[in-house]
Design a protein around this ligand. Sequence first.
Ligand code: PMP
Length: 353
Amino acid sequence: LKLRIEIKDMLREEIRGLLPYEVVPFKGKIKLDIMENPYDLPSAIKDEFLRELKKLSLNRYPDPTANGLRVALSLYLNVDKEMIILGNGSDELILDLLLTFGRGKIVYPEPTFAMYGILAKIAGQEPVGIPLREDFGLDAESILKVGQEGIIFIAYPNNPTGNLFSQEAIIRIIEEGSCLVVVDEAYCEFSGKTLLPFVKKYPNLIVLRTFSKAFGLAGARVGYLVANKEITDEILKVKLPYNLNAISQLLATITLKHGDLLRERIDKIKSERERVYKELQEIPGIIPYPSKTNFILFKVENLRGRDLFDLLVKEGILIRNLSNEGLLRNSLRLTIGKPGENDIFLESLKKIL
Ligand code: PMP
């Protein structure tokens, strides 16, 4: 077949420069790269899920409103269910927000979660990263200057730096910015801090959450956002009707019901985070940054970040290499694993250095 047209000529300009999201297959033993929960679901949850799954009519489309899960979440969060929208991971909700409200510029502090910038391009918006201060604090002034023309995204705590920005600075951005402000609380169960109570007060605030981290459901892809009905009504026009499949709706509802079974694991991850942070501080040439999440960013002094990453892979350990110029120079991000995994990582690191 002879085509008279070039596929490349038909491509949207914004897509031309993008690369597909690539996950490199990893054959090692210890995977501590993308903030997964190291613990699989408690068997009580899995058993109940399997029992309920048998009753599910999989020939039917899922409930487009995910009503059961929304009701459970509205009780858990103490907000009206109309203020909640479920997504196929919070990634999808970021895209929905951009498609619904993107008016030009998508503004976020940098470095931060890479998907804000990537999805902004996909949605035909202009991503604008505002550099964090040296101490990883927010430059509220600069964010406010550009933010007015679009949507502001703030991860609280931030990925990959692991810190919580000052709540006063975020509130100032919400109050002074005549635009929507999305506060992404993917790690809030580890930080214990949230801006959720402010949603009722501020009509321009959207809080984003996920089941992927503390709730350990990364494989099921469930995220949600909370905002006033004026906002959620608009997003519902854009959201794909059957975005969250029936199996994930069921699993997330059961998991939420058994939240108490997950508490102990979250506490364990938090105490491991503190232990690993202290141990990293003791290693010459390593500078760890304090974290309120389930990961730790650290800088390596006498070696290139990329080289340390490769040497760890040789030991069967995968973490995340973030080394680039600027604030993340020679920096890597470690996801907190089970105590034994963290020990193997620390031993290998000492051996390499
Ligand atoms: N927000 C932040 C800040 C994240 O770090 C991540 C995952 N790395 C996400 C959102 C996406 O989470 P998910 O799509 O699994 O809900």
